[in-house]
Design a protein around this ligand. Sequence first.
Ligand SMILES: [Zn+2]
Length: 100
Amino acid sequence: MSEALKPCPFCGADIAQLREGSDLMWGYCLECRADGPPSLKTGGNSSAIAAWNRRAPSVTRGQIAAAIHAHCTLSRADIAQDVDGAREAADAILALFGGE
Ligand SMILES: [Zn+2]
C-alpha cells in the first residue's frame, strides 16, 4: 500500500495530487498551485509522494495554536514587553516538531 500525499506545506490544504510530465512526477496543490519537488518517473509514485511529503509540516495548525494557547497567557501588548511566554510557546512548538 502506498503512502498518501500529506497536506500542502504552503497553505495546508489537503487536496494535493500527483502530476506527471514525460520524465518527471511531482505533487501539486489544487488550492494554491504549489508544486514540486520533481522526481524521476522511474522512481514511481512513491518517490514523488515522498518528495512532496518531506516538505509537509509534521504538525497541524491546530496543534500549534493549542501550544500557543497553553503556554502563552500574555496579551499581544505584553508579548512585546515580556518574551518569556512567547519563548515557552516556541519551545512547545519546537517540541511538537521533535526539536529542542
Ligand atoms: Zn497549497
